[in-house]
Design a protein around this ligand. Sequence first.
Ligand SMILES: Nc1nc2c(c(=O)[nH]1)N=C([C@H](O)[C@H](O)COP(=O)(O)OP(=O)(O)OP(=O)(O)O)CN2
Length: 163
Amino acid sequence: MTSDVFEVSLEKESLVFSSAHFITFNGNVCERLHGHNYRCKCRVIGTLDENGYVIDFIALRDTLQRIVGELDHHVLLPINHPTISVEKKDAEVIARFEEKRWVFPEEDCVLLPIANTTAELLAMWIADQLIARLDAKTKATLDKVVVSVDENHGQWASAESSI
Ligand SMILES: Nc1nc2c(c(=O)[nH]1)N=C([C@H](O)[C@H](O)COP(=O)(O)OP(=O)(O)OP(=O)(O)O)CN2
C-alpha cells in the first residue's frame, strides 16, 4: 500500500496565549472585556519532501510559537468589525461600541484584520500568518493547514486554509 498524502500535527503545552477580548453576537450584544487562556494546535497536510517530511516539526513549531507569543498578554481587537470601531491615537487605542468606550495603551493591544475575535476567526488569522511566515521552500509540498484554537477547556474552533 502507498500513500501520497501525509499529515503532521502539533499539539504542545507551550502553544498557549493568555489574552483579553470581547466579541459581539446576535447583532448588537456586546460581551464585557474578559480573558481566556487560549490553546492552539495545528495540522499540516501535504506530500513528502526530499527529507521524507511534510514539514519540519521544528520549523512549524517555532513559527507557530512566535505567532501565539505575539498574542500572549495582549488585548485582541478586531479592526474589521462592522460596529466596533478601533482607533489609534497618541499611543493609545480607543475601541467603541454604541455607548461603550475602552481605552488601552497601544503597546498592550494587537489589532487584527478580522471581523470579530471569535475562536474561529482567531484560528483563521493564525493559519494565514503561519502560511505567510513559512518560507517558500518549506511550503513547497503543503496542501492544507488547519489551525485550532481552544477558548475554554475543550471549546475548540478550527480554520482550514488551502495553500
Ligand atoms: N463558536 C463560538 N462560540 C462562542 C465563542 C466563539 O469564539 N466561538 N465565543 C464566546 C465568548 O467569547 C465567550 O466569552 C466564551 O467564553 P466562555 O468563558 O467559554 O463562556 P462562559 O462564560 O459560558 O464560560 P465560563 O466558564 O463561565 O467562563 C461564546 N461562544
